[in-house]
Ligand binder design. Structure first.
Ligand code: SF4
Length: 395
């Protein structure tokens, strides 16, 4: 999709997946207010019934309507006749030596998207996809090489979350945080992503705090501005900065031609933040491209006046896109210098490199040659990992 036609306000004309059978409404795509409306108008039941259903889905996490014990027979039949409960199938699950789990989910129409469970000290983060492919074409990103195929529906985004919740039973763990940092630019799929946030945040739903959910954007300035004005939905914000000059940023992130640094940074300065909130500026360090001494001098100046911290991400994927890792000492040097300037900087070493955890790498690999399928029901991870890793060749 050419950047010229990137929607900045709404994507209503974009194709959004519907139920596979075309008749049933995917229940995972409905926020509580939408479910109430549907149940009132189409099923003829009182709105509180929707709250009961929502609680069964997200609090009790039942897997069948039969288990919704406070609903009468007629109501259960109406639900079965109106809604689809399908969640995306796990096509492949890979487990890294560092504990990272990567999922390839098969969404509507057989498209594949990635989700990753990343183990970190004191937390576990689930990274979900928002689109099949991506229109933004960042040069260091495998997903960017795919172009945009389509937006994911809300039910496919929540479906990834519910699929991982179900599979986490096999590992006796659970995510504590969710980041929209998988395939796609989440704010390009604005309406479906914000509905997914509403479901994640709803006290009757997954009841997650805004601090535990992060939207990561390449910098669609008008959509960021719109998101800042939303009154009923919220999340933390991460921005892929990745350069200190327009020249370099436009080279590695073509979206910069449309929303250059000065526009993006002004939008972020205007963004309403709570007292203790900060924007995370992601900086993928590309050896010899954006990690020069001049970049290090410019970065604090760029961030002046912005409530922001910096996440340095040394690029170290051998994914055939022509970029190099930074010199091994540079991330610490940058971190020290930024800290000296009063800017909190952390280094995020990439996880799960043995399982192609770079965004989009697994999908593109699976298109080149079929991956071994895992048995999603299996609790034993190691043989699966070995089987699948053996089928993958490094790029
Ligand atoms: Fe799209 Fe994000 Fe990849 Fe850029 S880095 S191409 S915005 S998925």
């Amino acid at each position: 999709m050419p950047l010229e036609v990137l929607p900045t306000e709404s994507h209503e004309s974009q194709p959004v997946a519907t139920s596979v059978d075309g008749a049933l409404t995917p229940i995972w795509g409905l926020t509580l207010p939408k479910l109430r409306k549907f149940i009132e108008e189409k099923v003829g039941e009182r709105p509180y019934r929707a709250t009961q259903v929502f609680q069964w889905l997200y609090r009790q996490r039942v897997s069948s309507v039969a288990e919704m014990s406070n609903l009468g027979r007629d109501m259960k039949d109406a639900i079965i006749n109106n809604f689809s409960f399908d969640i995306p199938k796990i096509h492949t699950r890979l487990i890294s030596q560092d504990g990272t789990r990567k999922y390839l989910f098969e969404v509507d129409g057989g498209d594949l998207v990635e989700s990753v469970m990343i183990k970190q000290p004191n937390r576990m983060t689930l990274c979900v996809s928002s689109q099949v492919g991506c229109a933004l074409g960042c040069k260091f990103c495998k997903t960017g090489t795919m172009g945009l195929k389509r937006h994911l529906g809300t039910h496919e985004i929540i479906g990834q979350v519910m699929g991982v919740i179900k599979d986490a039973e096999n590992f006796n763990d659970m995510f504590t945080n969710i980041v929209f940092m998988g395939m796609g630019e989440p704010l390009h799929n604005y309406d479906n992503v914000t509905d997914a946030l509403r479901i994640l945040r709803d006290p009757e739903g997954l009841n997650m705090s805004a601090r535990k959910i992060t939207i990561s954007s390449a910098g669609l300035a008008p959509a960021l501005e719109r998101f800042g004005k939303e009154t009923d939905v919220d999340a933390s914000l991460a921005i892929s900065l990745n350069a200190t000059t327009n020249e370099i940023r436009s080279k590695v992130m073509p979206i910069n031609n449309r929303y250059p640094l000065e526009v993006l940074l002004q939008t972020l300065k205007n963004y309403p933040l709570g007292k203790r909130e900060q924007i995370t500026m992601e900086y993928v360090m590309l050896g010899g491209v954006n990690d020069t001494p001049e970049d290090l001098k410019r970065l604090p100046k760029l961030l002046h006046g912005l409530k922001a911290k910096v996440n340095l991400i040394p690029y170290n994927f051998n994914n055939g896109l022509g970029f190099e890792s930074p010199h091994k000492d540079l991330p610490q040097k940058w971190q020290g210098e930024l800290n000296k300037q009063g800017i909190i900087a952390t280094i995020r070493w990439s996880k799960g490199q043995d399982i192609s955890a770079a965004c989009g790498q697994l999908v593109t690999d699976s298109k080149r040659k079929p991956l071994a399928r895992t048995n999603p029901e299996a609790a034993e991870a190691a043989p699966i990992k070995t089987a699948v890793l053996n089928s993958l060749q490094p790029n």
